[in-house]
Write a protein that binds this ligand. Structure first.
Ligand code: NAD
Ligand code: USQ
Length: 390
């Protein structure tokens, strides 16, 4: 297949592009490298240094003989994107290319509007390009489990069958997202569903949980191929952050009671799920939703798992309950279905001490690069006193 990976310079996009290239697909990466600019803005950096995207692709070619084509530019700029899309003529597109941090979207008005404009307009451009130039192309879009929020009922995979006043219908599952970022994903889902209905596009929305881990088969071929690793309070995600904190002797930053339950998955399973979606495409006109995670944990359980794994290395990690900077339920019912990818053949990598150990090992090798001032949360959901200041 000819597969365009949008956002292929990011945490998940880069290893996915390598994985698909290794499997013999013709892969192109399209990215405007804005993720690297967020780091400059925030004074943060990936813990694992990453070469430029041109260097990465050159190295991949040297090591494996596989060529990855590069398109550097903005998905939101249709004068750039349309010719790039037509030139590559993909059979499938994997769309990772969005601003993906909830705290970043909550910094102020400017960051909220940037996030929603970037994400919603980018996806709309992609939908138009598919409809106009490659109507058979399969869109595999990275959504998020956070679209659903934490309702007091089981979460289904995309749709729920409801009987109301004696009539029954199958409708999109209700959405109660927890940040302007998560809301951008909800808007995307509605736009994609509508495009499938009116233009007959085929699309799979992968409502992914929180990803942890670093290494994949392809990136392990050479240390310079490793993907980025974020641990700062804006872009770092829970488990990755806790591991860095344990290695650095900083208390693990559990927000509030830590009862917030989420779906989690190993980065290797992200790659496997995307590949399964690509190999089993949606039908024309179908908007398919898969819940993409393998296990549920609450935040305190995760911190305790890290504390336990750290003890085996002689580290006495402390857990600190910080005042929660977010507005979210800290104790709630959570039972999300995640059967469809298993039915397609997913064999999950469950979270284990071995995985935590291997991430700890990599983190330890880069410990001297940790920027301690980026660890504590600074973005607060309710912080805005005067919404006109930005
Ligand atoms: P990331 O920020 O590391 O990568 C995103 C990439 O997209 C970056 O390289 C960035 O430069 C690029 N990009 C952003 N806007 C663009 C634009 N307008 N044009 C071109 N390129 C653009 O994020 P990630 O962690 O790899 O996540 C990828 C996707 O998966 C996101 O859509 C995210 O919402 C989703 N997701 C991530 C996680 C997670 O835990 N990391 C969990 C669930 C869902
Ligand atoms: N949390 C802590 N301490 C920390 C960091 C986070 O207690 O130091 C808590 C948060 O309050 C939240 C939970 O851990 O309850 C998850 O937070 P996170 O930062 O790990 O993940 P989140 O903000 O939900 O976002 C990440 C990705 C996003 C993706 C989402 C999947 O950044 O792109 O969409 O995971 S999901 O959570 O299923 O919506």
């Amino acid at each position: 297949m000819r597969i365009l990976v949008i956002g292929g310079d990011g945490y998940l996009g880069w290893p996915t592009a390598l994985h698909l290239s290794q499997r013999g697909h013709e892969v192109a990466i399209l990215d405007n490298l804005v993720r690297r600019s967020y780091d400059h803005e925030l004074g943060a950096d990936t813990l694992i240094p990453i070469p430029s995207i041109h260097e990465r692709v050159r190295l991949w070619h040297q090591l494996t003989g596989h060529h990855i084509q590069l398109y550097i530019g903005d998905l939101c700029d249709y004068t750039f994107f349309e010719p790039a899309f037509k030139g590559f003529a993909p059979d499938a597109v994997v769309h990772f290319g969005e601003q993906r941090s909830a705290p970043y979207s909550m910094i102020d008005r400017r960051h909220a509007t940037y996030t929603q404009t970037n994400n919603v307009v980018g996806t709309l451009n992609l939908l138009y390009a598919i409809a106009e130039h490659a109507p058979d192309c399969h869109l595999v879009k990275l959504g998020t489990m956070g679209e659903y929020g934490t309702p007091n009922i089981d979460i289904e995979e995309g749709y729920i069958t409801i009987t109301h006043n004696g009539r029954t219908d199958t409708l999109p599952f209700p959405k109660q997202p927890g940040s302007f970022y998560h809301l951008s994903k909800v808007h995307d889902s509605h736009n994609i569903m509508f495009a499938c209905r009116i233009w007959g596009i085929r699309a799979t929305d992968l409502n992914q949980g929180v990803v942890y881990g670093v290494e994949t088969d392809a990136t392990n071929l050479d240390p310079r191929l490793l993907t980025r690793f974020d641990y700062d309070a804006v872009f770092g995600t829970a488990l990755n952050r806790f591991i860095v904190q344990a290695v650095c002797g900083v208390p693990l930053t559990v927000y509030g009671q830590g009862g917030q339950t989420r779906g989690f998955l190993d980065i290797r399973d992200t790659l496997a799920c995307v590949e399964l979606a690509l190999l089993n495409p949606a039908d024309r006109g179908e908007f398919r939703v898969f819940n993409q995670f393998t296990e549920q944990f609450n935040v305190l359980q995760l911190a305790e798992l890290v504390k336990h794994a750290a003890a085996a290395h002689g580290i006495n990690a402390q857990i600190e309950h910080l005042e929660n900077p977010r507005v979210e339920k800290e104790s709630h019912y959570y039972n999300a279905k995640h059967q469809k990818l298993i039915d397609l053949g997913l064999q999950p990598h469950y979270l284990s001490d071995t995985l935590i150990d291997s991430v700890m090992h990599i983190v330890n090798n880069h410990k001297h690069l940790v920027r301690h001032d980026t660890i504590m949360p600074s973005v607060r959901w309710r912080a805005t006193q005067s919404p006109t200041h930005s």
